[in-house]
Each structure stands twice: as structure tokens, then as C-alpha cells.
Design a protein around this ligand. Structure first.
Ligand code: HEC
Length: 117
């Protein structure tokens, strides 16, 4: 009984801390993010995440939470972060959950090449 309670309490906390965990953004992290992006995302997204791809939209406006949700589940989260507007209403993207631990690196690389508007 007590263990279940602790699990219910810690489960969401742990998940949140993984999603929000800040990666140390060193060059090795950015290189890895770029490599994984180029090998997993550009069938649909553009090689340059500032631009639209063949199927998927530009990715530079998506916060980590959104990248995490799309890669882990394929869909946008039920509750969107304040100010974020999904680029599409389609449900074409499929999840790629094997990338879980490297999502922060992929997101960090995308942000590192973001063009100032
Ligand atoms: C099979 C094609 C495909 C692949 C592969 C793919 N995506 Fe997508 N992605 C899409 C499409 C299409 C959308 C638009 C919404 C939808 O239909 O799911 C999208 C939307 C997104 C969004 C939301 C962007 C926004 O601002 O609304 C993010 C973030 C994203 N993809 C990240 C990724 C990342 C990171 C990878 C690689 C790890 C990836 N996608 C691989 C097709 C793909």
C-alpha cells in the first residue's frame, strides 16, 4: 500500500525530471544530436531544421517538451506548453522511442542552428 503510494508520487516526478533534465550542451552533445537528426528525421524533415521538409514542418519553434512528445509518442501532448502552436494538425509522424535518452541532444542541436528572425 505504502509502496504504491510512493510510486504514484515519484513516478510523475521522475518523468518530469527526465523530460526537463538539462543536458550539458558541449560540442560532443551537439555533434551527437546532429548525427541522430540526420539519420532519423530527414526522411520527412528538412536537413536544415529552419525549413520545411518533404513531409514534416520546420522544427526550430518546438520546445523540448514537444520534441519529446512527438518522438516518444508520435503525437503532440494533450496539454500544449503556453504559447506553442502546432505547425500541423496531421498525425503522420510515427514514434521513435529508441531515441529517448538522446532527445535533449537532438533538440539542443536544432536550437544551435536556429536562424534569428
Ligand atoms: C515519417 C516521417 C517523419 C519522421 C521520420 C519524423 N517526423 Fe517529425 N513530423 C512529421 C510530420 C508529418 C509532422 C507534422 C505533424 C504530424 O503529422 O505528425 C511532424 C512534426 C514534428 C514536430 C512538431 C513540430 C511543430 O512545431 O509542430 C517535431 C518536434 C518533430 N516532428 C520532431 C521530429 C524529430 C526530432 C524526428 C527525428 C528523431 C522526426 N520528427 C522524425 C514527420 C516525421
Amino acid at each position: 500500500m505504502r509502496i504504491y503510494f510512493l510510486g504514484a508520487l515519484l513516478g510523475p516526478l521522475l518523468t518530469t525530471s527526465i523530460v526537463c533534465a538539462q543536458v550539458k550542451v558541449d560540442q560532443a552533445t551537439l555533434d551527437k544530436g546532429k548525427r541522430l537528426y540526420l539519420s532519423n528525421c530527414i526522411q520527412c524533415h528538412n536537413k536544415d531544421p529552419n525549413l520545411k521538409g518533404s513531409l514534416g514542418p520546420e522544427l526550430i519553434d518546438a520546445p523540448l517538451e514537444i520534441v519529446y512528445s512527438k518522438v516518444m509518442t508520435g503525437v503532440y501532448p494533450a496539454k500544449l506548453p503556453a504559447g506553442f502552436v502546432p505547425k500541423r494538425s496531421s498525425k503522420v509522424m510515427r514514434k521513435i522511442p529508441k531515441l529517448e535518452k538522446d532527445i535533449p541532444a537532438i533538440h539542443a542541436w536544432i536550437q544551435s542552428v536556429k536562424k534569428k528572425k
